[in-house]
Design a protein around this ligand. Structure first.
Ligand code: SF4
Ligand code: SF4
Ligand code: SF4
Ligand code: FES
Length: 956
């Protein structure tokens, strides 16, 4: 099955982007008739007729530029030789692409390029994959008459500042493809062509090095470059790949499709797949470049066991590790009861793998104690959207944003956390869509090149619900609601109740101004702008869900979308920007303690019977423990064993003191991971995990798109993650016998109505599928709730604002809120083991100049951050990105201890932690916190114990 992906070729480039038009024109190219949509350029029309016109500055991912003059053609009745990349095809046009005259002109053009180009093809990194070389061949260049005696750029200095690519200006032909890629595809505008004529050259920002410039290392310019001027360092060091495998990025919920370009089992480079429906050939620095962690020296590739967390590790065979694990877990169950153990599935692993872990827990452990990291990120999305719209997932495909007229971004930072979608959104904003940002912090979207938010509603952390209610109040009180839509699509009684509630003066912008800190005039103007737009779309992130009222806010967002008629077609919708690569899939696959795959409650007898028949066991009809319940029960001595696959709860879950107390009290902690992560330091069994490069399976991204993950190398530990779960199940006495993940997907499809039509064969055929995929939607569902909501009529839910218990006081006067940055990913286990450390090697605390001055804090000072839960120390960044009274940090480095400070407050409906609001004090300090010093000692101890694993003789 994977072999069908194993072809190596440079994707065919049609010269200019696709044009959509109702009208078509028919022309003749070299005697061949071809019909194309009106507006198509001649070069593309020719390519569609199977005729490739030589070109250098044109590409079908960029708007035509017309600078290289290589694509000249003759057109009957036209003067001179027009450039085919800038000339529009017209009805009846007769084009000649090849004759002696054209060949001469092209050879002359090429001769000029080559006369200022180092002729070192044999040692050039792109030898064999160079468009300049190809074009020299295509035009039949045999001689260069001008020599190198005159002025040239051959000695121009290389810029090697970026850790992932090199800029060698001696090879630049100034075609501007890189500049256009940076502008059009990425939207960063970091590059320009400086100077004129012979002096023209590519410059990054103010003629700085790439590293010091505004460049965000997305690599779009490297991909666009037709020569070896911009080249991946991995290609320079390893040489040309020999085959490719199509797979899916394992970082964020955008789910970019990639061609892993391989030499044997070695990845030479990752090239974003032009046919990828989530990314259309684009990527960010993580997906394209940060794959080196997969073969990092820190990988643990042998199973290990120990009796106590203060014992040295002992490397053992897989058989011994499984016997040890099963004996421990069974022993715990016989001593403390069936419910004393549980498991955590991973949003980093595949659908098939998470499905298997929850199956092991329910069928093999005999309880429902299974949960996943969505508990701490988007569980309110599941609850809020299910109860209002009927389905726990985003409503649109990413491409939908290209049809939006007003875009509301709430508590999300797409350019940092979902960068490829961020670029797509910026493209639409540059085309003229309006932008409303609801965020306590001034995120990059608020003001970046050629993008400025119409309104930045800079609310106080924790007041989302107050603000969404105030926006809805304006819509209703000013008669801006979509009456026909509400009448047709929504439950009327619930709407009337909600209407009366929202229209209460307590929800007016004026009343809420003191709560949210947002001027009422801005709230009114933003609401009018959104309601008036033909297509209004809402995108939101963890700044919505990770609050004590996370679920309420999700319902508030759904209410606003229904009230303005913005659901059920392209360009609109409610779109959670889900964090991890497969967090959507982990939820879909039944990772929650109360739901079987497909979001069906465990108490539902019909569903349970279906699974009981397939799995051959009786299932428990009551929900099991959520992660916080597991920790509480562990501290109380009732929960004693855990199997954690690919999830670092010790670093990522709030209130670290509580989490470590829970983990320390376990009698058997089994961690399956790539590295000795923070959680593994509390483990008794370590099972080597496999990276996305070492496995087959599928990931489901934020737009419900199920995409293939394909193995490019054998698992370093010997098994793919699903195989390890299968070994454990068998050791526990619950038989599993899958021979390939496709069989697991077949089982999922048999048992889950929304996945009924999904199979590996169909994925191979279509590339990716958005669920629901079933008899009604054979090839999947890009837009949900089209004619009616999944639950039938949309349900308005009341959303009273309730202030969080986490109040500021004189003792804790500031609010700490958290977020991510582009170069690191979540707990950083992967990105910290790549060159991405160049950009962010420590978490820092952002503090407003006013708050810093009051405390005598200056840039780069050490700052103590103390909350009711704990204390940590970070370096200061004094900046106006945050408002007075708010401090902000990221959480990518374990020693930062961001979660030592966060409390165990959580969402009322789902227990999703309130990461975004912690009352703290900040003060200047000169040393690390007590926790950080203890952390350092514990880490050192654990690393010493790990070293001893390789020397079992000394251990015994
Ligand atoms: S890597 Fe991306 S951001 Fe940097 S210059 Fe190239 S296109 Fe622009
Ligand atoms: S760096 Fe490459 S893409 Fe950019 S102008 Fe030079 S040759 Fe063209
Ligand atoms: S945007 Fe997300 S999925 Fe795409 S390459 Fe970057 S990290 Fe990977
Ligand atoms: S490809 Fe048309 S002018 Fe360069």
């Amino acid at each position: 099955m994977t072999d069908s992906y194993k072809t190596y070729r440079r994707p065919h480039d049609l010269g200019t982007p696709e044009v959509t038009s109702d009208k078509s024109v028919t022309l003749t190219v070299d005697g061949k008739e071809v019909s194309v949509p009106k507006g198509t350029k001649v070069i593309r029309a020719a390519a569609l007729a199977g005729i490739n016109i030589p070109r250098l500055c044109a590409s079908d991912s960029l708007e035509p530029f017309g600078s290289c003059r290589l694509c000249l053609v003759e057109i009957d009745g036209a003067k001179g030789l027009p450039a085919s990349c800038t000339t529009e095809a017209s009805e009846g046009m007769k084009v000649t692409t090849q004759n002696d005259r054209l060949a001469d002109v092209r050879r002359n053009v090429m001769e000029l390029y080559i006369s200022d180009h180092p002729l070192d093809c044999l040692t050039c990194p792109t030898n064999g994959d160079c468009e300049l070389q190809d074009m020299a061949g295509a035009v039949g260049l045999r001689d260069v008459r001008y020599g190198y005696a005159g002025e040239n750029h051959l000695e121009a200095e290389k810029d090697k500042s970026n850790p992932y690519f090199t800029f060698d200006p001696s090879k630049c032909i100034v075609c501007s493809r890189c500049v256009r890629a940076c502008e059009e595809v990425q939207g960063t505008f970091a590059l320009t062509i400086d100077g004129r004529g012979f002096e023209s050259k590519v410059a990054a920002s103010q003629d700085q090095s790439f590293l010091d410039s505004e460049c965000v290392s997305c690599g779009a310019c490297v991909q666009a470059c037709p020569t070896a001027t911009l080249t991946e360092n991995s290609l320079i060091s390893k040489g040309q790949p020999e085959h490719t495998v199509i797979t899916t990025c394992a970082y964020c919920g955008v789910g970019c499709s990639f061609r892993a370009e391989m030499k044997g089992e070695e990845v030479v480079r990752m090239i974003p797949n032009k046919d990828g429906k989530a990314n259309h050939g684009h990527s960010c620095v993580k997906g394209r470049f940060a794959f080196g962690y997969a073969t990092h020296k820190d990988r643990i590739t042998k199973p290990m066991i120990r009796d106590s967390i203060h014992d040295p590790w002992k490397e053992v065979s897989w058989e011994e590790a499984m016997e040890f694990s099963a004996a421990k877990l069974k022993g715990i169950q016989s001593k403390y009861g069936t419910g004393s153990i549980g498991g955590i599935t991973s949003s980093r692993c595949s659908n098939e793998e998470t499905y298997l872990v929850q199956k092991l827990v329910r069928a093999g452990f005999g309880n429902n104690n299974v949960d996943t990291c969505a508990r701490v990120c988007h569980s309110p999305t599941g609850y809020g959207l299910k109860s209002t719209l009927g389905e726990s997932a985003g409503t649109q495909a990413f491409d939908s944003v290209l049809k939006s007229d007003a875009i509301m971004v709430i508590g999300a930072n797409p350019t940092e956390a979902h960068p490829v979608f961020g670029s797509q959104m910026k493209r639409r904003l540059r085309e003229g869509a309006s932008l409303i940002v609801l965020d306590p912090r001034s995120i990059a979207l608020v003001k970046s090149p050629h993008v400025t938010a119409d309104y930045h509603l800079q609310l106080k952390p924790g007041t989302n619900v107050a603000l969404i209610n105030a926006l809805a109040h304006v819509v209703l009180s000013e008669g801006l609601e979509s009456k026909a839509y509400i009448e047709d699509r929504c439950e009327q009684d619930a709407y009337e109740d909600w209407r009366a509630f929202i229209l209460d003066e307590i929800n007016s912008p004026e009343s809420m101004e003191s709560v949210t800190g947002v001027p009422s005039g801005d709230i009114r103007a933003a609401a009018r702008l959104f309601a008036a737009a033909p297509n209004g779309a809402i995108y939101y992130g963890l700044g919505v869900s990770e609050h004590s009222q996370g679920s309420t806010m999700v319902m508030g967002i759904a209410n606003l979308a229904m009230a303005t008629g913005n659901l059920g077609r392209e360009g609109v919708g409610v779109n959670p920007l889900r964090g991890q690569n497969n967090v959507q899939g982990a939820c879909d696959m039944g990772s929650f303690p109360h739901e079987l795959p497909g979001y069906r409650h465990v108490s539902d007898e019909v569903t349970r019977t279906l699974f009981e028949k397939e799995w051959g066991v009786d299932l428990i009809p009551t929900p099991g423990f959520r992660i916080p319940n597991m920790f509480d029960a562990a501290v109380a001595g009732q929960f004693k064993g855990m199997y954690v696959q690919g999830e670092d709860v010790a670093q990522s879950d709030p209130d670290t003191h509580h989490v470590t107390a829970a983990l320390t009290s376990l009698e058997c902690m089994i961690v399956q991971d790539l590295f000795l992560n923070e959680t593994a330091k509390f483990a008794h069994v370590f099972l080597p995990g496999s990276s996305f490069l070492e496995k087959n399976g599928t990931f489901t991204n934020a737009e419900r798109r199920i995409s293939p993950v394909r193995k490019v190398m054998e698992p370093l530990g010997g098994y793919e993650d699903w195989e390890v779960t299968q070994l454990l199940a068998n050791a526990m006495g619950y038989p599993m016998d899958y021979s390939h993940p496709s069989e697991i997907m077949d089982e999922i499809a048999r048992l889950t109505p929304t996945f009924k039509g999904v199979s590996y064969d169909k994925l191979d055929k279509l590339g990716a599928i958005q669920w629901p995929c079933n008899d009604e939607a054979v090839e999947g569902t890009p837009t949900m709730h089209v004619d009616e909501f999944v639950r039938g009529k949309g349900l308005f839910r009341l959303t009273p604002y309730v202030a969080t218990d986490e109040r500021t006081t004189r003792r804790y006067p500031l609010i700490l809120t958290t977020g991510r940055i582009l170069s690191q990913y979540n707990v950083g286990a992967q990105t910290r083991r790549t060159e991405n450390m160049t950009w962010h090697d420590e978490d820092i605390i952002e503090i407003h100049p006013h708050d810093a001055e009051q405390r005598g804090i200056e840039q780069d000072d050490w700052v103590g951050i103390k909350s009711r839960a704990g204390e940590t120390v970070l370096r200061a960044d004094v900046t106006e990105r945050v408002q007075p009274g708010v401090v902000y940090t990221t959480f990518h480095h374990p020693e930062s201890g961001a979660n030592v400070v966060t409390t165990d407050n959580s969402d009322w409906a789902t227990n999703c932690p309130e990461y975004k609001v912690t009352a703290v004090q900040a003060y200047k300090v000169t040393q690390l916190s007590d926790w950080q010093q203890e952390f350092e000692e514990f880490t050192q101890e654990q690393l010493e114990l790990l070293k001893k694993a390789k020397a079992p003789a000394q251990v015994i």
